[in-house]
Write a new protein. Sequence first.
Length: 202
Amino acid sequence: MRVNCYIDGFNLYYGCLKGTAYKWLDIAALCGKLVRRDDEINRIRYFTARITARGDDPDGPTRQDAYLRALETIPHLSVHLGHFQKTQPRMALAYPPPAGPRTVQVIKTEEKGSDVNLASHLLLDAFQRDFELAIVITNDSDLKEPIRMVIEELGIPVGLVNPQKPQFRSRDLGRLSLHFTKQIKENALKACQFPPMLRDDL
């Protein structure tokens, strides 16, 4: 069976990589563990956005750039970038003091575009019959409708892999008629690491 994998990069990172020793994750190796031995991984699409330096983590963009370069050494993997939007909205305080302001201005950073990009490529590839099975790594309920369309309208099976802890699994995604659902486990992350040194064209 020809398989395409669609990776929600931030959902994966914050779900099971942040704060662990497994951030140097070989996505192709992980996807290989999600398919049967006779399946063929046709392509892997990885969706993320470039981060900016923060006061508490000035080296974040450098580490991310190194990881994206590592991913690009995988022949059948493509990286699709969204963007970050930074605003300063005024928001209500949860517990305002009896005498004082009831709102406060905050710095709000939102990642934009990754879920739309994933949905768009998933649907376009499905319409073009680029795969016989799609595997989507996410826990984002915003992707319920495009996944449903691939399954119900186009008749192509979709497997869902949850990178979050089981208790945080999306109920909306769980209601879909999925080909399978799987949970990313620590031993899989440990077994699917890039070697310490990689070479690319840069």
